[in-house]
Design a protein around this ligand. Structure first.
Ligand code: ATP
Length: 306
């Protein structure tokens, strides 16, 4: 039997504090997602907005991917206490006639189901942590959206399958929250590094109409903010300033333009440095204790039983 391409919905474990250097993106995303949930009456009748997070346009290049798009989508779900369903565009493409379109519909159905019946979001610990904030909505995240929704008529598939997939996606976006006794909301967030490949109809109002660019960090200051966020849970007894110093030193040998993903390698490197330093201290302490012991043994030779 074929397994479903849909992962199950969950409450992600990413907080905004885990993300560095993206304050304005954070505000935009939170406003777009949270305000209509907080003030539903105010937003009644107005067009819904989907968000498109896009990375550096052009060919995927080393150092320019991993700029925090997935992290941001997860953080907004977490902070609003919404179930999160993540799908990579290509995973929905099937080989049978009509399979891809059915998979797109199934993704929205799964998100609606999660909005009605949030998995694990109503547990006591979440309620206490204040994360179970809103109900009746879920976040559906489409990674690599370009592979699911390329420009119609230009895909090179003679059978028009991709055109039908795009039409199905548009239909789902337009019908979201309409009908039913108790309509639930599916908040869509798309991510791509090739926004230029998308069918333009996807970007119309009410669809993916809030476009947010996430690029690599280009200044040391921006890099440092990301590194500080990534290492915030490191046990570093010498304090925040010392952590900053270690991170600055770890950055020295790196080029100035780095993505968040590259920086996580720097953070691990810094962690290793920190660990090595601790190991060295432990070793020094051990050899000091050993030599003290030897000395006291020499003064008071062990004359006990063997
Ligand atoms: P892709 O372009 O490959 O689809 P993406 O933009 O979705 O990637 P993420 O998955 O969000 O990238 O980030 C990859 C990793 O990079 C994260 O797990 C995290 O370790 C690190 N990272 C990226 N951006 C940031 C940031 N702003 N702050 C902290 N960590 C970051």
């Amino acid at each position: 039997a074929k397994t479903s391409p849909l992962a199950s919905a969950s409450l992600p474990n990413v907080r905004w504090e885990d993300i560095g250097g993206l304050d304005s993106i954070r505000r935009e995303i939170m406003d777009t997602v949270e305000l209509p949930l907080r003030y539903p009456k105010l937003f009644e009748g107005s067009k819904r907005s989907g968000i498109l997070l896009f990375g550096p346009p052009g060919i995927k290049r080393e150092n320019l991917t991993g700029t925090g798009k997935t992290l941001c989508a997860k953080a907004v779900a977490r902070e609003c206490g919404l179930p999160f369903l993540s799908i990579k565009g290509p995973e929905l493409l099937g080989s049978y006639v009509g399979e891809s379109e059915a998979n797109v519909r199934a993704a929205f159905d799964a998100a609606r189901q999660a909005a009605r019946d949030p998995p694990g979001c109503s547990t006591m610990s979440d309620a206490v942590a204040g994360s179970a904030k809103y109900s009746g909505a879920a976040i559906l995240f489409f990674d690599e959206l370009d592979s699911l929704a390329p420009r119609r008529g230009e895909t090179g598939h003679g059978d028009g399958v991709m055109d039908r997939v795009v039409s199905t996606l548009l239909g789902e976006l337009d019908n979201d929250g309409v009908g039913g006794d108790e309509p639930v909301r599916v908040i869509v967030i798309g991510a791509t590094n090739r926004p230029d490949l998308l069918d333009p109809s996807l970007l119309r109002p009410g669809r993916f109409d809030r476009l947010l660019y996430l690029g690599p960090a280009k200044t040391r200051d921006h890099c440092l903010k990301i590194l500080m966020a990534q290492t915030r849970k490191f046990k570093f007894e010498a304090g925040k300033e010392a952590r900053e110093e270690v991170l600055m030193a770890a950055m020295e040998s790196f080029p100035p333009t780095l993505s968040g993903a590259d920086l996580s390698a720097v953070a691990s490197g810094a962690l290793m440095c920190g660990l090595k330093r601790v190991c060295k201290q432990v070793e020094e302490e051990m050899s000091r204790l050993n030599s003290e012991k030897k000395l006291s043994n020499a003064i008071e030779p062990d004359i006990g039983v063997d």
